[in-house]
Design a protein around this ligand. Structure first.
Ligand SMILES: [Zn+2]
Length: 159
């Protein structure tokens, strides 16, 4: 799934402060490329960088393979049935609903980068609302499913 990037939208970028590739909000674009982003984890503003500076693997290789794998054919289709993208959104919302709604307030832990989360933990984020940890990712990152989107955020950072 390729989302059209725009200012105010979201993108995964290297955070110069968290030192991780994390979810960011786009502040400024040049053409179709984000140039200025805000980290969703630490709120710092910095230049957009798609990869970790230490990442020596050829930057284009991995991205190109994924981009050419059928993503270009995505787009509005006939009104008959939901598209794959719409289906994915519906599935995501259903999963979120099932995991998060009806839970007691005290079952949620406030999101902080210094906290260490586990799969299935309920999280309350000051900006994104209630979510559930769906995956632990390598390098002190977690994937949290919020109502509107899944986001990669940092955890267990000791500053
Ligand atoms: Zn950050």
């Amino acid at each position: 799934m390729v989302k059209a990037l725009k200012a105010g939208g979201e993108v995964d970028s290297w955070c110069t402060k968290c030192k991780l590739v994390l979810n960011h909000r786009i502040i400024a674009m040049v053409g179709t490329t984000p140039v200025r982003v805000e980290c969703s984890t630490c709120n710092s503003h910095h230049n957009f960088r798609a990869k970790a500076p230490s990442d020596k693997t050829p930057a284009a290789a991995a991205g190109k393979v994924r981009a050419s794998a059928g993503a270009s054919s995505a787009g509005p289709r006939s009104t008959r049935g939901p598209t794959k993208a719409q289906q994915a959104v519906m599935d995501r919302e259903r999963t979120w609903e099932k995991s998060v709604s009806g839970r007691g307030v005290n079952e949620f832990r406030p999101y902080r980068v210094s906290e260490i989360f586990d799969e299935g933990d309920l999280v309350r984020h000051s900006k994104f609302g209630d979510g559930i940890v769906t995956r632990l990712l390598e390098g002190k990152k977690v994937e949290i499913l919020f109502k509107d989107d899944a986001r990669t955020l940092a955890h267990g950072l000791t500053d």
